[in-house]
Design a binder for this molecule. Sequence first.
Ligand SMILES: Cc1cc2nc3c(=O)[nH]c(=O)nc-3n(C[C@H](O)[C@H](O)[C@H](O)COP(=O)(O)O)c2cc1C
Length: 314
Amino acid sequence: MMRKAKVKTPNLAIELAGISLKNPVIVASGTFGYGEEYAELVDLNSLGAIVAKTITLKSRPGNEPPRIVETASGVLNSIGLQNVGVDAFINEKLPFLRKYDVPIIASIAGETTEEYVRLAKALREAEISGLELNLSCPNVKYKRRLMFAQDSGATHRAVSSVRKATGLPLLVKLSPNVTDIASIARVCEEAGADGVSLTNTFTGMAIDVENRKPILRRITGGLSGPAIKPIALRMVYEVHKAVEIPIIGMGGIMTAGDALEFIIAGAKAVAIGTGNFVDPLTPIKVIDGIKEYLKKNKIKDIKSIVGSLQCPKS
Ligand SMILES: Cc1cc2nc3c(=O)[nH]c(=O)nc-3n(C[C@H](O)[C@H](O)[C@H](O)COP(=O)(O)O)c2cc1C
């Protein structure tokens, strides 16, 4: 039998929806601010990409506290899209991020399709690498009853309208709070999305039994962290079978092993969210761990294991 050659430096670079990444490890929207606070702790140039905190047309103060609570193996948050607004993002936040050699993906959220289009147009000249449409924040009141990502018609309208408004690579952030996430991903693909990010947080709640009140001021919040990992992973597996466009997988990734599970299930890239709060070096440790895994298993290129899950024949 031929012995496989030693792999000294495996290739971690990928192309994601038209964006070149040094490695497949991204930091997730809302968990890395606009990069400034983390830059002292993490070498931003080492990251695959940065997805900035979701921005809206006008700045938002977010919801009233308490808006974050720890749960078993997870975190419930109801921050409510606190952000500086698109103009301040372009003028005050992007100049800092642009100093680094890392793709910047802006995340946007609107209350209407028209607002999504206005945001996409405002960012056309902003020298960013891509756009992520956050159609799935569970912590804001929408004029409509459901989030965009819970309604295939609204998802199609938002994605196709933004598609017409921008030439930037277009990712769509999906909600896990649906019956069939694969069908929503298919709608995104049909409407012209270049990739899908999943998942956002799972709606949940926590109760203080002594006074029988919800712990979060807004009653419900979004659950993230290791508690959601098996469910998010199953969703990536289902979406991978349903669409051709690349997937950014996320939900409870804390280690290289977690990230590799998502990649093997079909994610071309992975994102770290809550892991950044536990240890800001989580993304770096995940990158190093993936490298070690590839070396150990004599795999030359990360791309060769994307979606490589071997299921027993039924
Ligand atoms: C405190 C907090 C704030 C978040 N804010 C945003 C946001 O602004 N936009 C967004 O698309 N996702 C937001 N998310 C969701 C994360 O990007 C990610 O999809 C989710 O937390 C699952 O990944 P994780 O388990 O690694 O945290 C937020 C999550 C947390 C915990």
